[in-house]
Ligand binder design. Sequence first.
Ligand SMILES: [Zn+2]
Length: 265
Amino acid sequence: MLFPTRCPACGHENRAEFADSSIHDLTCASCGARYCLFIRKQRFEVLFDLGTRALMDGYAREAVASFAAALERFFEFYVRAFALERAANTEGDFTAASAELDATWKHVASQSERQLGMFALAYLLREGCAPDFLSPQALGADFRNRVIHRGSLPRREEVEAYAARVFALIDRLLTELGSGAAHAELAQEQAFAAHLDALPDGVTAVFEEHPGMFRAQRFGSERPGKTHPARSVGAGPLSAPLNDAQAFARALAERGSLLTLLKKS
Ligand SMILES: [Zn+2]
C-alpha cells in the first residue's frame, strides 16, 4: 500500500510503501535527496485504517482481512503494553524488559491461537477479571473464517457490522489500557532512536503522525485509567459496552475523511 510523502529538500511528492517497522528510508525521485520517514503509528492502527479505507472504496471482502489482522496485532500491542508497564512499575530496566519480551514473543509469533492465550492471561492479570469478550461469537470468528478461508463474498452491511465489533473491542481495551499504552509506544520510539543514530550524514529524518480512526481519539482527550497503578483490581471493565455499533459509525463520520492519505490513486 503506497502513500504520499513530501521531500523535505524540494517539496516533491514521492510515494512510499508502508513498512512493518514504520521506518521508511527514501530517496526523492525529483532531487535525489535522501530522507528517512518515521511514522508514529502502531501496526494495528495502520491495518484498521487500511480496512476502513478499503470498505469506503467498496472493497468489502479485502477489508475483512485487514480488520481481522488489526485485531490480532492489537492483542500483541496489549500484551506488550502490559509486560512493559509491569516492568516499569517494578522499576525494571526498559531495554532489558523489552528484549525479554521479544524473546518470549518468538514462541508465539507464528500462531495466533498462542497469541490469544497470552492476551487472555495478560488481561486477567491486569484487569482482575476474565476476558469474557473472547468468545468466537463475540469476535465474529465464524464470519471472518467464512470470508478469509472459505472465499465467501460478504455483503457490505456484514463487513460494517464486523468492523464495528472490532472497533468497539479495540476502543474499549485502549480505554482500559489508558496510559499503559504509552509503554508499548515507547518501544517504537526506541526503535526509531536506534535507526536515527545509525543514519548516515546527509540523510534528513522526518517524523510524522498520520491521523486515523484510533489516533485522533487516543491523543485528543484524556482517557480514564491514567492512574492505573492505583486502580483496584477487580474493578471490572470501565467503558463503553461491547458491540457498540454506533461507535464505528461515529468514528467513520468524524474521521473517515482523515484517511485520504490512504486513498488509492
Ligand atoms: Zn526532493
